[in-house]
Structures are given as structure tokens and as C-alpha cells.
Design a protein. Sequence first.
Length: 383
Amino acid sequence: MTIASRGHSNNAAAGEDPRWTAIARRDPRADGTFFYSVATTGVYCRPSCGARRANPRNVRFHSTVADAERAGFRPCLRCRPDQPSLAERQAATIARICRTLGRADRTPSLATLARSADLSPSRFHRVFRAVTGVTPRAYAAAHRAKRVRSELEKKGKTVTDAIYDAGFSSGGRFYEVSDQLLGMTPTRYRDGGAGTEMRFAVGECSLGSILVAQSAKGVCAIFLGDDPNALVQELQDRFPRATLRGGDASFERTVAKVIGCVEQPGLGLDLPLDVRGTAFQQRVWQALREIPLGSTASYAEIATRIGAPTGSRAVAQACGANPLAVAIPCHRVVRSDGSLSGYRWGVERKRRLLENERALMAWDRRPAAVDPLRRRQGPGRRR
């Protein structure tokens, strides 16, 4: 049997196959998931190949390179499907650079890193951000902050030694960003939050128990769960030597606002937040706060919005690390097919939060002929 005849053997409906859509769009996200061959040319390609589009009647699909070559096809010289893709090569290069940054006592310059990657500085900067979601400088700073935290936790280590051993060129540069990275001074972090005072309270809402904690800067924790004691223990584990004080009457009003946001999301949460996280987490959390009420976005969409189209898994990890339930609406992130995925505080709570928001939006979209009094008393409205 000739290549041409084999190419036609299973392709009467190739144009109706969903994989053909990826070929027509030259979608790089489909690369590696399958390959296709063209009977009239005798070659096989990646879905993203820039060669002239083939007639679907001549196209055959293959799961692997080996399948295509066993069928008698040779690799395309343009997209080189038998070699790592450009995205894979770039990811490997950036991974190597990240390891270099992780080992470096001092952060190399952008020009030095670009030469190591065999790219121009501007091109390297774009590729690095596309792969990791942050700039090389932000990645290096976040890694140094992680090293600072590790150094500060070592017994007998002074704050100054920890800062310099982590790769910061001066104490002043670290102190400029220490509050954002640690949420407190390095000395207090080393002492397990000693001297840091936090007010907290545990209440009940329709989703179960809810813990709200506030530092001097703003609300720093909103936890949901079934066991109030477990929520308090989680807060204590997070800051083992911080001074935790029960909320007074003023703080009870803060807790009431948080619970009101859970029960009636249309009210919003007009409270200062003390958001602590890495540079990448901060970018993800900001993108989550931009998802409109009643809407959802996939992990892949969030990754694309923050400039890291290949970072879906890292986005999911940032969602899982979110300490501020509802205030940072990680419950609005779903799988690409729209189904619900994991949620730090339980998938069922995620489902109920989304249903509540959708019910509110559906009520607000009711025709204007609805009785005004009934409309004012709809879900999410003040009575």
C-alpha cells in the first residue's frame, strides 16, 4: 500500500475531527497532543506548523511521532516535529536560568542572563515572563525572599546575615520590600511573629464556620471550615509567636462585613486587606479580583491574562495558597470545560458561592416591569 492510499484510509471525515480545528488555527497549545501527516507530500507535522494548509481529505492523524514514521511519513523540515518544539526548548532554557538564579549569591544582570540563553535582552525578557509569569528581576527577588525566610528560621542567624546570605546586595533594598514579602519586619518574622498583634474572631455563616483575622495593615486571613478550633489552630500555626487577641466590638463589625460579603456578594467587601505572597501569587490574586461578580475564568485564562500562558498549574497552586476566601475570589476559577475543580475550603462551598452569585445576577437581570419593592428586596440587596 502506498503512502497516499494509507493517508486516505481513515480520513474521509478529517475536516470534521476537532483536531482539524487546531490545525486550521495553527494552535501551539495542541503541539505534542497529536501529529498529522499529509498523503500528497509524505510528511508529518505539528498542529502549529506554518506550512500551507493541507486539504483535509489528504490528512491523517497520529498519536505519536513513532506512529507517523511507522506509517511511512517523514518529519517536516519546517516545524521539525521529531525534535523538541520551540515552546519546549524555551521552557528548558528558562528552567536552566531559574536554577542559575536560585544558586547565584548575587543576581546576574539581564544582559548576562540573555547571553546565557542565546537571546537578545529584550527577547529574553519577553520569553522569561511568558514562561514564568514574572520578570527575571521579580523572580530573583521572590527567590531571595524565600531564602531569607529560610535563613531567618535558622537558630543563631542574625537578620543582617540572613539578608546578605540570601543574595541581597544591601539591607536597604530588602527592607524596601520586606513588608510585602514577609508581612512584618524581618526580626519579627525570625521570632515567629513575636510582637505582632492580630485580632481575630470566629463566627458562623451559611457555609459553616468562618475565621477573620486582622493585622495593623488590614484583614490578613479569612478561613472557612467545619471546625472552629481547627481554623484557630491554622492561624496559630501560621504565626506561632504572634499575639492573637479576640476581637472587640469594633472588630465584630469587620467580621459582620465579611460575613455579609459571603451571604450577599453584591454588597462587596470595602475593607483594607493585608495581602502577603510571592510576586507571582500577587499577580494571580490581582487577576482573580478582576473577575466580575457572577462570572468565572479558567486556570488557563488567568495564566494568559498575567502573561504566563503555560502557567496553568502554577495558577492553580496560587489559588490554593490564597488565605483570603471570598475577598480574593479564587472560587471563580474553574477548569477549561467549566467544571469545578479543587477549592481550599471544599468544592461544595465553591459550588454554593457560585450559585449564590449567579442567582444574584439573574435577579438583577429581571425585566424592569418587576414590582420595585420586590426588586429592592431581592438577593444581595439591603432590606
